[in-house]
Design a protein around this ligand. Structure first.
Ligand code: SF4
Length: 424
């Protein structure tokens, strides 16, 4: 959206006080996210009286999910765009200043990646790392998830356009490319021509240079041995695997429509470990799913306590009106959901702490992010085992380095989430 606006002559600002048009890109994955999005829109509408704001626009999943009611509920909105067709944002802004200035909702049934194939990009992350979306939507239909209804069926971006963008980013000095999508393992499945994630990884592997590629959101069922072999054969693919499991009990997995059971998950993990024995695993779990019994939760707790994972995200089940698991209602009280979440997090904290201690005395390649947010006397960075924004950090208390450079760091201390070390 930023690139489209800039190419159409708009001047961009991050300061809502001076902006004449304020655009809020919203999330509506969970009720809590919808509420946060609405509050943000309402907060920013104050700039119509206290700032320069002439037009307020909402885009993304909130407008996609509540298209009919949103303009009535928030009359301060002048324009709306759904979660697709973002390239239409300049047209939408122009149209708000033309004629009667009526609100416009522009919705596409299916996500389409055509607009990204040749589009310029404005990088909003620090100069040395980016997120690169390789597909949009999802065709998995997990019963607790409304993403397919908000973002449509799985739709991949072409190998050529992704590789061209990575090449251009690495030439500009980007050192870490984080591949994201709702289901990275299924990349290119929609092309129906035998292209797959392995094809993409093979093409990326041909790009020369010293940079990291990190894969997020690898759905376990469709992650292939071929993809694994390519990752194992090129050390620029981070030894890091983000593979959301959501639960481990067979009955809950079935009710979640995850199309996988515990034995298959364990087999997949074993296969991956045989190729990448040192990889850091990240996963996510949902507690408080409507059919989750105390025994089901205990099984999950025991699984996490075994110590497979470096990083775990735990979410309390959120009852939504547009998901298939809504048929079971929301029988587990919030207090019990929170208790289960806390128990799981505490079990994982012990695991994370122990795994971090195992790094003491080891040397690792660290990508320096810059001066630490904690203290000007420290640098902060990340090893290949730590993804940006979601995982812990490596704090460096000896040695100097420029942001965006790789350094060899010896780990001297370990905490639950973070490591401390010195440049050697
Ligand atoms: S794979 Fe992820 S995005 Fe797709 S339906 Fe399941 S939870 Fe939602």
């Amino acid at each position: 959206m930023l690139a489209s606006l800039k190419n159409h002559g708009f001047e961009l600002t991050m300061d809502p006080k001076v902006a004449e048009v304020i655009i809020v890109n919203t999330c509506a994955f969970l009720t809590v996210a919808s509420e946060e999005s609405i509050n943000r829109i309402l907060d920013l509408s104050d700039f119509k009286s206290s700032g320069n704001c002439e037009k307020l626009v909402a885009t993304g999943c909130l407008t996609q999910r509540y298209q009919d009611s949103l303009s009535k509920q928030i009359p301060e909105l002048d324009g709306m765009l759904g979660s697709n067709g973002f390239e239409q944002i300049p047209e939408l802004v122009h149209s708000m200043y033309e004629g009667s200035g009526h609100s416009q909702v522009s919705l596409h049934k299916k996500p389409h990646y055509k607009q990204f194939e040749e589009q310029a990009r404005i990088q909003t992350t620090p100069q040395h790392f980016v997120y690169l979306k390789i597909a949009e939507g999802c065709s998995n239909m997990c019963s607790f998830c409304n993403i397919p209804s908000l973002r449509g069926n799985f739709s991949s971006r072409s190998v050529n356009s992704i590789v061209t963008e990575i090449r251009s980013l690495t030439e500009k000095g980007v050192k870490e490319i984080n591949l994201i999508s709702q289901d990275t393992s299924s990349y290119a499945k929609d092309f129906k021509n035998n292209t797959g994630l392995a094809t993409l990884l093979k093409s990326i592997s041909k790009i020369e240079g010293d940079f990291w590629i990190r894969l997020f959101y690898c759905y376990p069922n469709t992650f292939t041995t071929e993809a694994l072999e390519i990752i194992a054969g090129d050390t620029r693919f981070c030894r890091y695997l983000d593979m959301p499991f959501q639960h481990i009990n067979d009955d809950v997995l079935k009710a979640m429509n995850r199309k996988i059971d515990r034995a298959q998950i364990e087999n997949k993990m074993q296969e991956i470990k045989s190729y990448l024995p040192d990889a850091a695993w990240r996963t996510t779990f949902i507690v408080g799913f409507p059919t989750e019994t105390e025994e089901n939760f205990e099984e999950l707790l025991e699984f996490v306590s075994t110590g497979h994972f470096q990083h775990v995200g735990v979410f309390s089940y959120s009852h939504e009106d547009n998901i298939r698991s809504a048929k079971w209602g929301d029988p587990i009280p919030n207090a019990l959901k929170h208790e289960r979440r806390n128990k799981l997090m505490e079990a994982q904290q012990q695991v994370s702490c122990q795994r971090n201690k195992d790094y003491i005395g080891k040397k690792m390649k660290v990508l320096v992010d810059g001066i630490s947010e904690e203290s000007e006397l420290l640098l902060q960075g990340r090893s290949e085992f730590q993804g940006p924004e979601v995982d812990g950090l490596v704090y460096i208390n000896e040695g100097t380095a420029r942001p965006g450079t790789f350094q060899n760091v010896e780990i001297t201390e370990a905490h639950t989430y973070d490591l401390i070390g010195r440049i050697v």
